[in-house]
Design a protein around this ligand. Sequence first.
Ligand code: G3H
Ligand code: 13P
Ligand code: ZN
Length: 315
Amino acid sequence: MIVTTAQLFKHAYGKYAVGAYNINNAEQAMGLFKGAIDSQAPFIIQISKGARKYTDKKMLEAIIRAADEIFPEAIFAVHLDHGDEETCYDCINSGFYSSVMIDASHDPFDQNVAITKRVVEAAHKKGISVEAELGMLGGVEEDIKVEEGNACLTDPDEAQEFVKLTGCDSLACAIGTSHGAFKFKGKQSLHFDVLQKIKDRLPGYPLVMHGSSSVPQDEVARINAAGGQIKDSMGVDVNEYLPAAKLGVTKINIDTDGRLVWTRVHREFFRDKPGDFDFRPAGKIFIDEYAKFIASRNKLLGSAGQLEGVRASLG
Ligand code: G3H
Ligand code: 13P
Ligand code: ZN
C-alpha cells in the first residue's frame, strides 16, 4: 500500500529511521519488497533522475504497482530522489509520488530558498510533501561531483531559517556523510554535535541523512576477489544509524550498498560459471541476497517490526 511520506515520518520520528532505498529495475524492487516483508518494516522507494532515464519513468511506476500487488502486506512511500525543479513538477503532476526532493543545495542560500519555495507551493496543492537540502555532501550524485574540500556541513541557524522561509516538510542535512563508496579517509563519525544543534532548532521536524551506505568491507573484499578493483572504500558505521534516528533523522538513504550486493553476486556467479550466459539464475540470487541485505539494514535502522504499528496508525 502506498502511503504518504508524512504518515511514515509521523510514526517513526524520534524512535527509528525509515530506510529509503533506490530502485532502477525489477530485481531491485523484488529484493526490496521481499526484505521489507521479511523484516516487517515500512520503507521508502526512491527513484532518481538517472533511474527514471535508465529504462523509462513509466517502467518504474509499473514495476512498483506490480510489486504492490505481489506484496499486499507492504506499506511504503514513493519518493523522487535529488530532483531538479522540472523533474519535481513532472512527479508532482504524475499523481504517483508520495513526496519529492528538490535539491538546490548547490545554489546559493537565497536561490535554494526561492526554488524550494516554488516546489513546496506546487506540491502542497496536491498533498505531496517536499524534502529539500541545505549544506553540501561530498561525493558523486547524478552528474554532479562535489570535491571533498567543497563539501560543507549544514549550519543549524540557517537550517531553522530555511525551513521557516520555504515551508519544506523535511530537510536533508550534511552531517559528515557523502554519496558513493568512498566516504571517508580512515575512520570517521557522523557530526552528532551539529545534528543535536539542528534538532534543538527544529524540534519534532524530520531530518534526512543522505549518503548513508555502510560499504561493508567483506562485500568489497569479495568483489575484489572476483575481479573487481574497488580501492580505499569506506562507509558509515551502521551503529550510528539508530543514535541519529533518536536525534530526528527519520529517513536514511541507502543506494550504494545495494549496488555492491549486485556487483558481488554477479561477479562471483560468472567467475564460478564462466560458460553460463543465462542471467536469470544470477538475478534470482541477487533478489534473495538483496532481500537479506534490506532486512539486515531495517533491523539496524529500527524500522524492522514496525509494520503493524504503522498500519494501526493509519486508522
Ligand atoms: O544520491 C544518488 C543516488 O545514489 C542515486 O544515484 O543518480 O546514480 O541513480 P543515481
Ligand atoms: P549512498 O551513496 O551512501 O548509498 O547514498 C544514497 C543517497 O543518498 C541517495 O539519495
Ligand atoms: Zn542522496
